[in-house]
Write a protein that binds this ligand. Sequence first.
Ligand code: WTA
Length: 657
Amino acid sequence: MSSATGQSTQGSQDDVPSAYPPPPEFAENAVAKAGLYDEAEQDRLAYWAKEARRLQWDTDFTDTLDWTDAPFAKWFVGGKLNVAANCVDRHVDAGNGDRVAIHWVGEPGDTRDITYSDLLTEVSQAANYFTSLGLVAGDRVAVYMPMVPEAIVTILACARLGLPHSVVFAGFSAGALRSRVDDAEAKLVVTTDGQFRRGQPAPLKEAVDSALGTGDDAAKSVEKVLVVRRTGHDPDLNWVDGRDVWWHETVANASDTHAYEAFDAEHPLFLLYTSGTTGKPKGILHTSGGYLTQVSSTFHNVFDHRPESDVFWCGADIGWVTGHSYLVYGPLSNGATEIIYEGTPNSPNEHRHFEIIEKYRVTTYYIAPTLIRTFMKWGREIPDAHDLSSLRLLGSVGEPINPEAWRWYREVLGANSAPIVDTWWQTETGGMMVSPLPGVTATKPGSAMKPLPGISAKIVDDDANEVAQGEQGYLVIDKPWPAMLRGIWRDNDRYKETYWSRFAAQGWYFAGDGARYDSDGALWVLGRIDDVMNISGHRISTSEVESALVNHHGVAEAAVIGAADETTGQGIVAFVILRGSTVDTGDDLIKELKDQVSKDISPIAKPREIYVVPELPKTRSGKIMRRLLKDVAEGRELGDTSTLVDPTVFENIRKKK
Ligand code: WTA
């Protein structure tokens, strides 16, 4: 595979550059230089050991990697560290306590600037209170919170005490929260009374109450629910005496000094549930030393980070892995100053993000392509009305970015010069895996370019042979990496089966994405090849939505696919067969079905379209042929229908569409 780095910039027929080299001054002063690739290639483990030593270890490690029990890795064997101390205390000890860690911006316009010293105080208080509840290292804590500072404080207090956190996106339903609380057997749930969403206070604790249930139905593991008062607006706020406590009456009064303990490098840091190909979400397990090493190192190199002058903004929610790695652990372990914004990009209007960039002089901005396409739809006059000259580096994550959106991003937000880092990674990989280095790589719009230093990935065919340039295949990771998942919570078999069985003979990790190399050897990620959809950068499995639909009493069977969508990447399209007794009430029924999915999973999983059909296309073995439904939904000619039991089903489906 030839390197795409440093190649010619002009090329395509229509005068649009095919590759964009970094601006010369950027390249000259870059944090990460081209030499990193060679260094890591020569001795991958030595490279990661060096990156690990950017952190503060209370006991140094003796071995970089133990892979003898593959696919269960141990990184930085024998090492001990405290993840929260690396994110907070270390910077205060180095004399940077007055540096702002977080410029927090609430949706209604309230703001808070939190320094590293402030963070140390608050994290210590939370840690002291959690300890007073009897929680000990290893106990799990569920976090169901909007983007308020206390969410970060909670996460760091958990890390400080060795309590694995399980953050559940606050947009998920009560049912989704309950199944995650039960699976992890969380003892403590931290939440807020409500949240501001599109200008309105909306209740949140209500969902916790409904999730945790009462009496015989109560979640058995939960001892306490800790509530932050955010909106103060829920007139019907329910309170369970003995179980529920207010943050401002407990944490806020706890002692603000706390001596941390160092934990083993492999101590579990968090669980994060993500959609797989079956209905039941998997609890992805990450541990301490390897995870922090990779997210800290990639934050430093890929974001060309300068702690004294940069202001970083990652637009992800803490409920997703991007929030964990590049809103909490990556930036804070580097002593960064960052923005945390509570609300949606169009509250109170579409200028919101650009006002924040302008006000805080944001230098580095990291968002999903869906948001870029939304900005494009709103029109460039909106960003053009603001001084965005502080932006010097732009990032993209979560889904493939189309070249048109890439070019718009660079031109309109990046003043035609800011490098773009298109970073491919997953909940499972913990940190970035494939991405340009901003001062080194001549980037191509739409390509994540090549594996980062220390990472080894390939694109292979069914027989594990590397594909030729121009061909597509499966993206695999052929060497262990520090932030790799350590398993699926209490399900080792599923872990091995999901990720390591496809190329078991080779011992490679199967990512579930299709990809190809272009004629210059640059890597293009094409998207999921399994039954996982990607809606606005959020992973949702077809079977999760299908089971929500059949939960409706009127539905006999459902098939769900992700169809191409101009803004959200993919949109959910569902085909349902009704039970014989169900009366098709048209739009009312469709609305009911959409609401059912919203309620069972989350509004983000609500289908864009639902079609009531008489039959579904099935193979002789009874498998629904989703590929054909996708053809129908995207308005294409049907692909191969020869394995269908009844090729005429499409006549009927088309008639309904
Ligand atoms: C997709 C989000 C193309 C991919 C960090 C992957 C991407 C899934 C990119 C993981 C990218 C993520 N280009 N596709 N730069 N980044 N993906 O677990 O399909 O929420 O498998 O992690 O998102 O989604 P997850």
